[in-house]
Design a protein around this ligand. Sequence first.
Ligand code: KIV
Length: 288
Amino acid sequence: MTQLSAAQTKSSDGSKALYGGKGTRRITVRDIAAAKERGEKWPMLTAYDSMTASVFDEAGIPVMLVGDSAGNCHLGYETTVPVTLDEMTMLSAAVVRGTQRALIVGDLPFGSYQEGPVQALRSATRLVKEAGVGAVKLEGGERSHRQIELLVESGIPVMAHIGLTPQSVNAMGYRVQGRGEEAAAQLLRDAKAVQDAGAFAVVLELVPAELAAEVTRVLHIPTVGIGAGAETDAQVLVWTDMMGLTGGRMPKFVKQYAQLRQVMGDAAKAFAEDVVGGTFPQDEHSVH
Ligand code: KIV
């Protein structure tokens, strides 16, 4: 893809660019399609609560994913597998309430769409009606195309997710996907299947950069990369990873833009020491 400068991606009234645009209404999937036509790259972050989402909205992040990564990053589970639709509905509603401009994409958790299109529609309808999301995401390529078709026919925009699909961790582990001729051919088939089914975008997780670039060239819908190299139309990161809040080792594809774990730990210790040492509160923090 040709890389355009921020100024070049803006329309003549300066209001259309997804990041850096001035519009105050919610971004829609039509805006996302227009960005692909303009060759504009865009950022997506996960969010799981209202306050964090409001910070990202004010920073101009145009698309937020209420990912089921909330399982590991917010709810204290080991994987995304135990996350329930009730939990995703509650978290998605909070993120919608905290934002005004971003398109909010709610993740369908494991077990809420695998039975078939009707179950997927019932689950997605909850996220749209009860939480107010503008789109939903689900995992799987060819295997999920019937679910995507029915949701799209029913008026629910769908972001697909192929490559590494963490809900299948028990079957596939956390390994790079699409390596080797046959696996690459399958990934291309998956990408085309979700596009043909009507998905408005597709996440490519942990696939070789060259393959992700090829998928991005072949598709007319945007690709959203995570561990998929520099050529995808958009990039997504899990917010607690990129802000340095998640503990432990980070995957190679994560760039950390802050060290919140250190900052918050230091602040908590400073507060504790003030309390134990009797230096907080001072008169200025007291009412008389
Ligand atoms: O759940 C999630 O946060 C995701 C992203 C990693 C794409 O699926």
